[in-house]
Design a protein around this ligand. Sequence first.
Ligand SMILES: Cc1cc2nc3c(=O)[nH]c(=O)nc-3n(C[C@H](O)[C@H](O)[C@H](O)COP(=O)(O)OP(=O)(O)OC[C@H]3O[C@@H](n4cnc5c(N)ncnc54)[C@H](O)[C@@H]3O)c2cc1C
Length: 430
Amino acid sequence: MIHDVIVVGAGFAGLSAALALRDDGLDVLVLEARGRVGGRVETQANSLGERYDSGGQFLCEDMPHVMALAKRHGKTLVTTPIDGSFTLQPEMSEEDSRALWDANVAIRDRMNSIDPADPAVGDLSVWDWLQRQPDDADAKSAFCSTIEGLWCQPIDAVPVWYLIDNDRRITNEVSELQYFLAETMHALAEDLAADLGDRIRLSVPVHEVRHDESGVTLMTAEGLHQARRVVIAAPPVVANRIVFSPALPAKLARALNAWRSGTVIKMRLRYARAFWRDQGRNGMVLWRDVHGLFVCDTSREDAHPALVVFIGGPSALRLRALGDAALRAEVFTRIAAALGPQILEPLDVAMRDWIDDPWSGGGYSDIVADFSAHDAEALLRAGTAPIHFASSELSPSFPGYVEGAIVSGRAAAAAVLETFERPVGRDPLA
Ligand SMILES: Cc1cc2nc3c(=O)[nH]c(=O)nc-3n(C[C@H](O)[C@H](O)[C@H](O)COP(=O)(O)OP(=O)(O)OC[C@H]3O[C@@H](n4cnc5c(N)ncnc54)[C@H](O)[C@@H]3O)c2cc1C
């Protein structure tokens, strides 16, 4: 059987692409390497039997597509608790904390005011650029912690033009942590998958894409699948592991090779009570001396009191190298210094290490790490018929977020549709 389109990957990008193509009357098949859908959005069960989002979780009202999907599928928005004071570590007065936070934001605004195409920043990493700034060491350290936490990379590996271009597309004015879903973000991915029914095949990794003008043949362990078009809906670093026969055009191959995966570990600490609120704290903690370490409260209206811990960038690699017990000891000691010794008495500790994840890379998103690859994203978005690419990384809005994955998937579907002679699959006059 020759399908109209095969989508490789059932993350939000792949699911969104497949649904859009199906809605336009095309015959779509989704091949997913894992035994579940959702990609970087997944749930795990803790020792109390609760399912929680161990990958992508938060959304906000400035992200229209994921908000609309959550509403359409009857999901319950939980407001992330933020009442109370934010904690900066090492401890400083509230006034100094606020001043430091403002200085951190000012550095980011100054960076984003630079034209990413300005040749003066073409060769600079974020680290190089930061060294040339007049700010004091504490402000630079807070900035570094924020960037390494959000992009999950050492700042000397990130071209400053890339970060500016990427950050400018993250346009939320309310906090990106505004809401999470009581039913979990992963339940939303499962709803999308349910809409696709038996068009999704799980545990079918695609190893090779053979292509010519007439279409594609995808090689998998269970045999081959054929289609007129393919959408590779996987992050660029993972997509680059697929063999293309014949090889992709040199420019496109270079574009696919320009990316680097991040490193992140997400933990969820469950407590009997949200004790940090007794001291007027909102549970949110940012460290200046351990870059990329961040904690926030994900309790649900006093039910399931819990803190989520993110360790992003080089700190994730350093802590993981210590081994599980030492990693936990350091994280707990640090949070105890910030929020109190009760932190040492959790009901449950769950941890998801995304570093080396074989199917999604190790962070929230891949970044362009080739300083000269200014056109990598544009080339991948354009693809080369019959091969199209989608993934959150390629989105014109909210790259690196679930929102971006949905936008990218739908954009890839629109690009595929343009290549078909209309009407496809469906007779508009019927
Ligand atoms: C710990 C963590 C926390 C995050 N928190 C948030 C958050 O709070 N809010 C937010 O908006 N975003 C968050 N993100 C980012 C968000 O989850 C991702 O940007 C988004 O889910 C990416 O979707 P995608 O479809 O582009 O890629 P993916 O979700 O990675 O999907 C790609 C899919 O392709 C499959 N695949 C790959 N290769 C093959 C192959 N050869 N054959 C078949 N299948 C293949 C993979 O198994 C995967 O299912 C987080 C990410 C992580 C890791």
